[in-house]
Ligand binder design. Structure first.
Ligand SMILES: Nc1nc2c(ncn2[C@@H]2O[C@H](COP(=O)(O)OP(=O)(O)OP(=O)(O)O)[C@@H](O)[C@H]2O)c(=O)[nH]1
Ligand SMILES: [Mg+2]
Length: 205
């Protein structure tokens, strides 16, 4: 039977692997520098579902430009060739630096990779992904709200009410909000027929 995927996407260093660790209780490598996860990594869950921790899409530290491009192509290839097999996508982003990074890129005429990723997943898979707005512990409430508002405006083309239920402010490091996100992932998967995706006995350690 064709495997189905619960996939975690995002820029390098966004906190994808840290979140996967928290959500699925897996002991996998995380790191200070962008580019820790260097291959598409598969972790079987229950019900024929496989969790996929992707490398980061974008600039990595400590690898050649050629290797970085190869990995970036692999990520896009995985997402495009598996669009029928992706049960659910979770786009992980660093919300604490969102506006700062977005403005810097805009000056160079480049669109935010986080916004682009959400839009790409939405059109590729046919539904809005869940979004883990991570690293809220690194920002204050006022900046967090400004960053979240701006991000939600951008991914919804100016109608944030359409997307707000999909966006979860979290700290993978401290655990804040992770329970709510996990519950939302669980609920979406159950609605798609995966009854006990996170059941522990069949999980890889
Ligand atoms: N302050 C803070 N740091 C975090 C949080 N989540 C992850 N980090 C840190 O961010 C760094 C990157 O975390 P990873 O989980 O390796 O990120 P990743 O997205 O898997 O990165 P790549 O595999 O390189 O694409 C590590 O130093 C983590 O400890 C968070 O919520 N708050
Ligand atoms: Mg990683």
């Amino acid at each position: 039977m064709q495997e189905k995927y619960l996939v975690f996407t995002g820029r390098p260093n966004a906190g994808k692997s840290s979140l996967v660790k928290e959500i699925a209780g897996l002991n996998i490598p995380t790191g200070k520098h962008a580019g820790t996860t260097r291959k598409v990594s598969y972790y079987p869950l229950n019900d024929g579902l496989v969790l996929v921790d992707l490398p980061g899409l974008g600039k990595m530290v400590g690898v050649s430009r050629k290797f970085e491009e190869k990995i970036n192509r692999q990520i896009i290839h995985f997402l495009e060739s598996n669009k029928e097999n992706i049960a659910l996508a979770v786009a992980v982003m660093d919300i604490s630096t969102f506006l700062e990074v977005t403005w810097r890129l805009e000056k160079k005429g480049i669109m935010s990779v986080d916004v682009e990723m959400v839009k790409f997943l939405e059109s590729n898979i046919g539904e809005l992904p869940l979004v883990a707005a991570n690293k809220i512990d690194k920002t204050n409430q006022k900046d967090l709200e400004a960053n979240l508002d701006d991000f939600m405006n951008r991914i919804s083309d100016g109608d944030p009410t359409k997307v707000k239920d999909n966006v979860f402010p979290i700290s993978a490091k401290k655990g804040t909000g992770v329970g709510e996100l996990k519950a939302a992932i669980h609920e979406k998967l159950v609605a798609k027929g995966y009854k006990t995706p996170f059941k522990r006995e069949t999980q890889q350690q």
